[in-house]
Design a protein around this ligand. Structure first.
Ligand code: ADP
Ligand code: MG
Length: 347
């Protein structure tokens, strides 16, 4: 069985806290480092100034783990008793009251769906399952008839949010929520904000390749986040970041081959089928990781041309890698992404 949320392992290698200066520099504050498993993937947390004291380190570990567990227990589709699974079983038109955290994620999902005209859509779950990327592996892709019938249950407009009662109402009892493309980013934000609230503004938090950094690294320099080159072990680009989040969506970690073609885990809600374009990975930088995570998936759906146009028109900082037929990648970044690199003095 595939693990909870996302299935893709790390799409980033995180090169954090790298001292670039040769020669002497002031004594770096001790960094606390923690890693482990959550949401079916791995996480890494580094907290500058958080190391050195056993009791303080234990408290930091508890704080981080509490946030991650909270999100996993609420939003996993693999836990039968998660709030999301209970919502999915609620085949009823009456409003379903949810926790603050789940409501926040549904609300951000709805905002990104509106913004991207439905390219991002958390109701794609039944299609994700049918195409073999859910809890049970599929033996073959669904037929056109099955896809058409499942599409009747899909559409973000079938969910109605009510902030005053903090509830979500299904306008079609068969609709379900799948938060796999947004919950990791949300968990990263939760951990980042908990660290800030505890008095630690300098950190790097990463869950399954979605990253947020606070302040500078232990050398006092921007955190250096490496974006992996699809299909290879080398890095494509290093992005220097201060107080920002970055997420990558890609077709190269979680896919299967069928009749000579690549079947992606990103579903185009407009067709009910996995995306088929040559876009291999999309990286988005934003203030919040929940936004970066969802936008990266949305741009993956829109593809190399429409996605790029959308990102430019909406001032989204994005880096897109497209496969060349003969091998290799075409790298295209938006002006907003280029500004980030220019400001940091890269290229
Ligand atoms: P990626 O790194 O490629 O974004 P994620 O794990 O973050 O991978 O998201 C992929 C998951 O998102 C899929 O397995 C599926 O559950 C869900 N998903 C697929 N297509 C969409 C879509 N159009 N909108 C929202 N979620 C989607
Ligand atoms: Mg994602």
């Amino acid at each position: 069985m595939l693990p909870s949320f996302a299935i893709r392992a790390l799409s980033f290698a995180v090169a954090a806290a790298m001292a670039t200066a040769c020669g002497s520099r002031p004594q770096a504050p001790p960094t606390f480092e923690l890693s482990g498993s959550t949401m079916g993937t791995r996480y890494v947390v580094k907290v500058v100034g958080g190391g050195g004291d056993v009791e303080a380190e234990r408290a930091l570990a508890e704080l981080v783990e509490a946030e991650l567990t909270h999100v996993d227990e609420l939003m996993s589709t693999y836990r039968a008793e998660s709030e999301l699974s209970r919502f999915n079983r609620h085949a009823d038109l009456t409003p379903f009251a949810v926790s603050e955290a789940t409501f926040e994620v549904f609300a951000e999902a709805a905002r990104i769906s509106d913004w991207t005209d439905g390219a991002f859509d958390i109701t794609v779950g039944p299609l994700v399952e049918a195409w073999g990327f859910g809890a049970s592996p599929a033996s073959a892709p669904p037929s056109d008839v099955q896809v058409e019938s499942l599409r009747q249950r899909v559409g973000f407009a079938k969910l109605q949010l009510d902030a005053s009662t903090r509830s979500v109402r299904k306008l079609d009892p068969a609709v379900e929520g799948d938060l796999s493309a947004i919950a990791k980013g949300y968990a990263v934000d939760r951990v980042a904000e908990a660290l800030e609230a505890a008095g630690f503004p300098r950190f790097m938090v990463e869950v399954g390749g979605e990253v947020r950094v606070g302040g500078t690294n232990d050398a006092g320099a921007p955190w250096r986040i490496a974006i992996e080159q699809p299909d290879a072990v080398s890095f494509q680009t290093i992005v220097p970041l201060v107080d920002a989040a970055v997420a990558t969506s890609g077709d190269y970690r979680n896919f299967y081959e069928w009749e000579g073609g690549r079947v992606s885990h990103t579903i185009d809600p407009r067709t009910g089928r996995p995306v088929e374009h040559a876009l291999a990975s999309v990286t988005v930088v934003s203030g919040r990781c929940v936004t970066a995570d969802a936008l990266a998936t949305a741009l993956s759906v829109l593809g190399p041309d429409d996605g790029y146009r959308f990102a430019v028109a909406n001032d989204v900082a994005a880096l897109m890698l497209t496969r060349w037929a003969g091998g290799g990648f075409d790298e295209r970044s938006t002006p907003a992404f280029q500004r980030l690199l220019d400001e940091a003095g890269v290229r």
